[in-house]
Write a protein that binds this ligand. Sequence first.
Ligand SMILES: [Zn+2]
Length: 311
Amino acid sequence: MKALAVDLGGSHAACALVADREVVAVEEVSLEAAHGLAFALPRIADALRRAASRAGGSPTDCAGLAFGFCGLVDSVAGRVLSTNAKYDDAPSLDLPAWCRESLGLPLRLENDARLALLGERHAGAAQGEDDVVMMTLGTGVGGVAMIGGRLLRGKHFQAGVLGGHLVADFEGRPCTCGGVGCVEAEASTWALPALCRATPGFDASPLAGCEPLDFEAVFARAEEGDTVAVAVRERCLRVWAAGAVAMIHAWDPEVLVIGGAVMRHAAAVVSAVEAHVHRHAWTPWGQVSVRAAALGERAALLGAVPLLEGA
Ligand SMILES: [Zn+2]
């Protein structure tokens, strides 16, 4: 099967033609989430036509468009339900109608992290697995679940998709979701500058001069032996490990896949999370396999075919 695929993030959209387990052609479009989704859609449609053309065809060669959106979505009606300060006009848009009119194709809309899990299961680190949780460590923290080969969605489409908003510290930091001490609020790229500044000794640390103050900077300074960077790195690893145990207790997976930009340091993250999970998760049936994601930024695009096949 051939499919068009969109993976929409806060600052860009990857627009692709995929064929089964291969991204045949991809066009990247730079966007500003603050300008809204209505402003972005014509540019996304143009990029999809270019991707299809580069692959030697047209959109109508494809079975449909799989659209991964960074928010809560009604995947039955194809509507965005709730956004988190990105593309806030999206709930007012009729995306299936846009797709029919501009590309002549049916649309399947899904949360971007769910789509990435489908991709890793179809073509990446979780091939052949039916019970999978995927954590994504980056700007935010994603946590999504598949049970018995079916994506967990729930009555309001928010089941199994808010793993980053499980609580790691009930006396912790305020989160963008309205909660307090969420995994994402305690260890993510958006939370990192405040976390670093709150760590004793920060003003005298080389981290104070890092711009941007991201996980690349923290891991690099920690490897050089800076004690503040080591403290921040170790705290974040513990938060992610605690989140992993919470997700395992909630959703009963056999495989935990970890993806996201932080996985440039995959060995350190996987070994820390795996050790904590094997020590602290209550899984009398055996041990959860902890794996690095295999598909990187292409995971959601490669979820297109299984989504259009009815996943
Ligand atoms: Zn939260």
